[in-house]
Design a protein around this ligand. Structure first.
Ligand SMILES: Nc1ncnc2c1ncn2[C@@H]1O[C@H](COP(=O)(O)OP(=O)(O)OP(=O)(O)O)[C@@H](O)[C@H]1O
Length: 295
């Protein structure tokens, strides 16, 4: 088994009095396509910014590729690609010129940069557009170029912040295929999305961020079991649900799942078992996400 690509422990972040992340714990296995689901303002981008060293947490730790995001920033940066952040695409240049320029900035020779640009324009189906200025690109082409640019020098972990927001269905599916191909090459993909369907199609691990906490996590099948199975809810003294864990409801399964969590739980945590609905699980998600759920 590969080690975890990302390990987050008790991560907290506030902006002024607004507490955005309220003590996150999360592991992302190496080689996974991991989807972080959550409504607008849940803190998804904030978490990506912490993981990619752009901002520091107030408390807790995050390790990316084994490196601490505060104390070992440079090592983290060398292990990750971040779409649309480190690599600013210049609208006045063509797609190819952008790729060559970023290739040169990443230390490739002119010939290597040209070769890598050609490879990436083919991989991201931008052949026809490579010689056109980026300002003439559609939203889908622009996203594909962003992704290509971030992959000029391949890194083991790729962050994609809402990669398909605003894209039409066919562009979205084309981008999903490309993300799946990257995962086949062994890249760990950490993406955020507001679309449950997207997480379901792409990801092998999903976590739902709402009100500053991970309210549910697991494989897509486990999350779906939340709809039809039972849910163990762990509730803190403020009546907040701190964990929602899918279970068959049988005594052995409940016992095993509680035993796994027990060492990390404050003793005053209360346990309840309930029949879930999709609305319960994704209660904090946006209307858009809820529409996707009913498709
Ligand atoms: N630099 C900042 N200063 C003040 N508040 C901020 C800052 N960055 C984010 N926030 C606030 O933190 C909250 C979480 O924002 P964030 O962008 O992380 O959410 P998100 O889940 O990515 O949302 P979206 O889906 O809308 O992109 C929001 O209420 C936002 O207004």
């Amino acid at each position: 088994m590969q080690p975890n690509a990302i390990e987050i422990r008790n991560l907290r972040k506030s902006f002024g009095k607004h507490e955005v992340l309220k003590g996150l714990d999360l592991d992302v296995p190496g080689g996974a396509i991991f989807a972080l689901l959550g409504p607008n303002g849940a803190g998804k981008t904030t978490l990506i910014h912490i993981l990619s060293t752009l901002i520091a947490p107030d408390e807790g730790t995050a390790r990316v590729a084994g490196w601490d995001t505060v104390r070992q920033k440079n090592e983290v940066k060398r292990a990750i690609s971040l779409t649309g952040q480190f690599a600013a695409v210049d609208d006045a240049l063509t797609g190819e010129e952008n790729l060559v320029m970023i290739g040169r900035l990443s230390g490739l020779s002119p010939a290597e940069a040209k070769a890598r640009a050609a490879e990436l324009t083919a991989q991201f189906e931008l052949n026809g557009a490579a010689r056109k200025r980026v300002k003439t690109y559609s939203g889908g082409m622009r996203r594909r170029l962003d992704l290509a640019v971030s992959l000029i020098s391949p890194r083991p972990i790729l962050f994609l912040d809402e990669p398909t927001t605003g894209l039409d269905t066919s562009s979205r599916r084309a981008l999903w295929d490309m993300i799946l191909q990257l995962a086949k090459q062994g890249i760990t993909v950490f993406l955020t999305t507001q679309y449950l369907e997207e997480a379901d199609k792409l990801a092998n691990r999903i976590a739902v961020l709402a009100a500053g906490r991970i309210i549910a996590s697991g494989t897509p099948a486990e999350l779906k079991a939340l709809i039809g199975g039972e849910v163990i809810e762990l509730v803190n003294t403020n009546e907040e649900v701190v964990h929602a864990i899918p279970t068959s409801g049988q005594v052995g399964d409940v016992q095993r799942k509680l035993a796994e969590l027990l060492p990390a739980l404050p003793p005053e945590t209360r346990v309840r078992l309930r029949t879930p609905s999709m609305d319960d699980v994704f209660v904090a998600l946006t209307t858009t996400a809820k529409e996707e759920l009913t498709v």
